[in-house]
Design a protein around this ligand. Sequence first.
Ligand SMILES: Nc1ncnc2c1ncn2[C@@H]1O[C@H](COP(=O)(O)OP(=O)(O)OP(=O)(O)O)[C@@H](O)[C@H]1O
Ligand SMILES: [Mg+2]
Length: 205
Amino acid sequence: MSQEVLLKVKDLRTEFFTSKKSSVTAVANISFDIYKGEILGLVGESGCGKSVTSLSIMQLLKDTPGKITNGEVILDGVNLVTATDNEIRNIRGGKMSMIFQEPMSSLNPAMRIDKQMIEGICLHTDMTKEQAREHAAEMLKKVGIPDPQRVLKNYPHQLSGGMSQRVMIAMAMSNDPQLLIADEPTTALDVTIQAQILDLMKKIQ
Ligand SMILES: Nc1ncnc2c1ncn2[C@@H]1O[C@H](COP(=O)(O)OP(=O)(O)OP(=O)(O)O)[C@@H](O)[C@H]1O
Ligand SMILES: [Mg+2]
């Protein structure tokens, strides 16, 4: 582990606005640092704000009634709370990515897996489409998908729950993120695969 701070979360507060005047505080002024190469576990009872903390870091609250009302999220020197949408788009999926609790929420149902993965890879690297396709297949193999070529041609609805979870994990890891947020990433998988996925994360770390 290095001495360099990768992520600094400072006094982060996220509220959900139920009306103009009333709000529910889901994250109440939380602060923590993550150093390069460090693994940090966030634990707490159901509903305590773990997922909302993750979404707040990723700046993914736009489609919800939630809003960051205080604090900073500094990734590698850049405050994500005040960054422009364009800056966030460059960082999200590249330098930082997230594995969601619910796989279907991050796969586009109308797009084949190959297209989704290749787009994500090409956006953040200088790989050609062909190279990106090869890289995508490699990532699928790494997360325990035995026949990547078939899965690449599928739409999300053609995959089982465990398969889509693995595809999502492969996608989140495919650009070698510096910050990988995993929100209960393996709950839907059997224990053998859980161990493999955690192993893979350790390797990438
Ligand atoms: N879209 C939303 N609108 C209103 N309130 C929300 C919304 N999303 C989350 N909340 C509230 O924010 C709080 C924190 O929820 P969060 O999903 O972060 O919990 P969690 O710690 O991840 O729980 P779990 O372990 O069950 O996944 C909860 O009280 C929840 O009701
Ligand atoms: Mg949660």
